[in-house]
Design a protein around this ligand. Structure first.
Ligand SMILES: *Cc1c(COP(=O)(O)O)cnc(C)c1O
Length: 234
C-alpha cells in the first residue's frame, strides 16, 4: 500500500500535469485534502508531507481533529459539508473557508457570528449544477441576487463558486458541468464586481480533477486518492 506522502506526491504531479496541459500558470490550482472520516494521525502524516489545507464535512468530527492537531502550525481548515443553521457559530470561527454556502440566511449568520478579531471568512457559493433533487446548492438563477447580498456582509469574502456534479456522468457531460460553473463565475464577476474577489472555482475530486483543472478549477477537493477508500460511515 502506498503511503499518504506518496499519494500527495502523485496527486500533486497529476495537478501539475493537468495545469500545464491546460496552459495555466503553475501553482494556480490548490489541493484541498478532504479528510472526512480519517483519523487525526492520517492528517498529521499528510501535514508532515507538506499538506496545509484540509476539508471536512462533519462539524463535530472536524472540531475534534482541529483540537487534536492544534500543535501543527499553518493548517487551514475548510468546511465543505451541508450547513445546519444551528451550527453556524462554530463553523464561522473554526474554519478559514466555507465552500458550501447555498442560502442567504446561512451567509448572514456566518458573517454575524464570525469573531471580528479574525480575518473575513472566505466563502464559496455551492451551485446545484445538474439540478439534482436531492443535492444542496443554489440554482444558477439565484447566484446574482445572493452574491449582491453577500457582498454587503462585513465578515465574509465571497471567493467564488463550488459544485459537486452528478455522479457517473459521461466525460462530455461532466466537462460541460464544470464549464457551466466556470461561465457562471465569469458572468458573476461582470455583474457583481463589488461582491468579492470572485477568483475561486472549487471543483474536481479524485476521479475527475484533470477535467476540472482543464475547465478552470482553482481548488480541487481530493479524498480517496490521498487517503484510500473510505469505509462507509456508520
Ligand atoms: C468527500 C468529498 C470530496 C472528495 O471525494 P473523493 O472522491 O474521495 O476525492 C470532495 N468534495 C466533497 C464536497 C466531498 O464531500
Amino acid at each position: 500500500m502506498s503511503s499518504i506522502a506518496d499519494n500527495i506526491g502523485s496527486v500533486t504531479r497529476r495537478i501539475q500535469k493537468a495545469t500545464l496541459k491546460a496552459g495555466r500558470p503553475p501553482g494556480s490550482v490548490h489541493l484541498l485534502a478532504v479528510s472526512k472520516t480519517r483519523a487525526a494521525e492520517d492528517l498529521r502524516e499528510a501535514a508532515a508531507a507538506g499538506q496545509t489545507a484540509f476539508g471536512e464535512n462533519y462539524l463535530q468530527e472536524a472540531l475534534d481533529k482541529i483540537a487534536a492537531l492544534e500543535d501543527l502550525p499553518g493548517i487551514d481548515w475548510h468546511f465543505i459539508g451541508p450547513i445546519q443553521s444551528n451550527k453556524t457559530r462554530q463553523i464561522a470561527n473554526a474554519f478559514s473557508w466555507v465552500h458550501s454556502v447555498d442560502r442567504l440566511k446561512i451567509a448572514c449568520r456566518l458573517s454575524e457570528q464570525r469573531n471580528s478579531d479574525l480575518p473575513p471568512l472566505n466563502i464559496c457559493l455551492q451551485v446545484n449544477i445538474n439540478e439534482e433533487e436531492s443535492k444542496s446548492g443554489c440554482s444558477l438563477e439565484e447566484l446574482e441576487g445572493l452574491a449582491s447580498a453577500i457582498g454587503e456582509l462585513p465578515n465574509l469574502r465571497l471567493r467564488g463558486l463550488m459544485a459537486i456534479p452528478a455522479p457517473n456522468q459521461p466525460e462530455a457531460k461532466l466537462r460541460a458541468s464544470f464549464r457551466k460553473l466556470a461561465n457562471a463565475l465569469k458572468t458573476l464577476r461582470q455583474a457583481q464586481p463589488e461582491a468579492g474577489p470572485l477568483d475561486t472555482l472549487s471543483m474536481g475530486m479524485s476521479g475527475d480533477m484533470e477535467t476540472a483543472i482543464e475547465e478552470g478549477a482553482t481548488w480541487v477537493r481530493v479524498g480517496t486518492a490521498l487517503f484510500g477508500k473510505r469505509s462507509p460511515k456508520s
